[in-house]
Write a protein that binds this ligand. Structure first.
Ligand code: G3P
Length: 224
């Protein structure tokens, strides 16, 4: 299992993190990550997944998998495909890529069987509790209305982080709680950790930054 606390960077399908730019951005983040002994997880778009894995030593997750095995399906992405590509795990159920509960369960099981970690995004405390019962490696609580904004979850909705930590501790304390949405500054990370999160998941704060390396360094400082 990856060491926590951690910072996970979702590249989404942003132009600033696609193709050659995905590789350049990864090198910048890796440069900053080398200054610290913390885990930084890269989550590139699915087309660039393998190319990113090939140029970095940082752990790389897929943005999504489908719950199917390697059978007659078209346009799907399987746990086998991302493992073969060298991914350490996968995110699933992002607010921009929601799944039904039964498929979240099946995807977690398939990933686990193949030795892959799972980071399941949730939108509120109750969904966090439901997902914790499915035993993923991480839940990442992200209030959808704060995604892409300038006010972080730790400032706007601290109770969602502490509530998620509490419900996970009650239902399945093995699961690690991450949080995200609007995380841009070192103080956002610091507060998230103080509220009991074992790391943050963010996108625009790094992907859209003028200097992603400096921002990554500053966010890593916030973990301590
Ligand atoms: O997956 C992380 C994402 O949804 C949060 O986005 O831009 O608010 O950091 P952002």
């Amino acid at each position: 299992m990856l060491k926590t606390p951690l910072i996970a960077v979702n590249y989404k399908v942003y132009a600033e993190a696609t193709g050659k730019k995905a590789l350049e951005l990864t090198k910048k983040i890796e440069g900053a990550a080398k200054e610290y002994d913390d885990t930084v997880v890269i989550i590139p778009n699915l087309v660039d997944l393998k190319a990113v894995i090939e140029i970095t030593e940082l752990p790389v997750f897929a943005q999504h998998i489908d719950p199917y095995g390697p059978v007659s399906h078209t346009g799907s992405i399987t746990a086998e495909m991302i493992r073969e590509a060298g991914a350490a795990g996968t995110m699933i159920n992002h607010s921009e890529r929601r799944m039904i509960l039964a498929d979240i369960d099946a995807s977690i099981r398939r990933a686990r069987e193949l030795g892959l970690e799972t980071m399941v995004c949730t939108n509120n405390v109750d969904v966090t509790g439901a997902v914790a019962a499915l035993n993923p490696t991480y839940v990442a609580i992200e209030p959808p209305e704060l995604i892409g904004g300038d006010i972080s979850v730790s400032t706007a909705k601290p109770e969602v982080i502490s509530g998620s930590v509490e419900i996970v501790n009650r239902i399945n304390p093995e699961v690690k709680v991450l949080c995200g949405a609007g995380v841009k500054r070192k103080e956002d990370v610091k507060k998230a950790v103080e509220l009991g999160a074992e790391g943050v998941l963010l996108a625009s704060g790094i992907v859209k930054a003028k200097d992603p390396e400096t921002v990554t360094l500053s966010l890593l400082e916030g973990l301590h």
